[in-house]
Design a protein around this ligand. Structure first.
Ligand code: HSE
Length: 321
């Protein structure tokens, strides 16, 4: 590939935890998502030449997740040339939609493509996790793995990493309500108790196994019965205004289940049809109407595909070719 060749990758938002799978389960959304554009440069080092779609993110490659991910990959491959990167944010940060994960996944995919695809997409998970480590202090994979691989992804273990893509065994639609308050993952992790009472643990792994079985058996009823979190949701939901009311409204409107999206503050609900997902959105929005807190909502399908290349035409290099 020549220096004037460039690639652009799109990586989707994700919902991590999915109620009962804290740090081990997540799924992709078909939108929103982030884009990373990448180009090789003769001079060594990484330059982030532009960030679009959001204010306030650092262009220092050591401080921005896309720079951190790219640097890890260059080091692993002992590449001596440099990279110019640009980021287009398509979603808010600190929203619980896997914003840092989408940027990290798009960066990992774009850089890999530029370097001739030395890694499989599954092998990119460890590099994208470095972006999560930078963003939140914890290298969890339950956002980056579905953003890269699409569908539902189980992270069976971290040591060593064992990522199990489950695809999209049945049609599912997700409604997201994002109350526009920023909630940092590092904060919502720091408040969690470090020990789990046995009784709660038993219910949690029963539900996680039930959710897995429900997905693979295409059993909406079993999925619905399994979408519960009695451990983390009670601890975290106090940070999310009106959480209980929104969840209740989503369930009343026919959602299969609802909970905190990742570390919040977004609240997600899963539905079996698009029509249902829109009805759920209306019910969730009604709870926040008049609350004084702005919200953003999304209705998305769970897609088979995660990260992918997109036409790079809209972004131009800022450094000399
Ligand atoms: N599993 C992580 C957490 C996801 O809940 O902290 C963060 O997006």
């Amino acid at each position: 590939m020549e220096n004037n060749d460039f690639v652009k990758a799109y990586a989707p938002a994700t919902v991590a935890n999915v109620c009962c799978g804290f740090d081990v389960l997540g799924f992709a959304l078909d939108q929103p998502g982030d884009e990373v554009w990448a180009r090789k440069t003769e001079q060594p080092g990484i330059t982030i030449s532009a960030i679009h779609g959001i204010d306030g993110l650092s262009v220092n490659p050591a401080e921005n997740v896309i720079g951190v991910v790219a640097q890890k990959m260059l080091e692993a491959l002992q590449v001596t040339h440099g990279l110019e990167l640009q980021l287009h944010k398509g979603m808010p940060v600190g929203s619980g939609l896997g914003s840092s994960a989408a940027s990290s996944a798009a960066a990992a995919f774009a850089v890999n493509e530029l370097l001739g695809s030395p890694f499989t997409v599954q092998e990119l998970v460890v590099y994208a996790m470095e972006g999560e480590r930078k963003a939140s202090g914890s290298a969890h994979a339950d956002n980056v793995a579905p953003s890269l691989l699409g569908g539902f992804v189980l992270v069976r273990d971290y040591e060593p990493l064992d990522v199990v893509p489950l695809g999209v065994p049945l049609e599912l639609y997700c409604t997201i309500l994002y109350p526009q308050i920023e909630l940092k993952t590092s904060l919502s992790r720091s408040i969690l108790k470090q020990e789990i009472p046995l009784k709660k643990g038993i219910r949690q792994w029963g539900n996680l196994a039930g959710l897995m079985a429900g997905l693979l058996k295409k059993d909406y009823n079993l999925i619905s019965r399994s979408l519960h979190d009695e451990i983390f949701e009670p601890e975290r939901s106090v940070l999310i205004p009106l959480f209980k009311q929104v969840k209740e409204a989503a369930l009343q409107a026919g959602a299969l289940g609802a909970g905190i999206s990742g570390s919040g503050p977004s609240i997600f609900a899963l539905s079996a049809s698009q029509e249902q997902a829109y009805a759920v959105r209306q019910a969730m929005e009604a709870v926040y109407a008049g609350s004084g807190i702005d919200t953003k909502t999304y209705v998305a399908q769970v897609p088979e595909q995660g990260v992918r290349l997109v036409a790079p035409s809209t972004i131009q290099p800022a450094l000399p070719l």
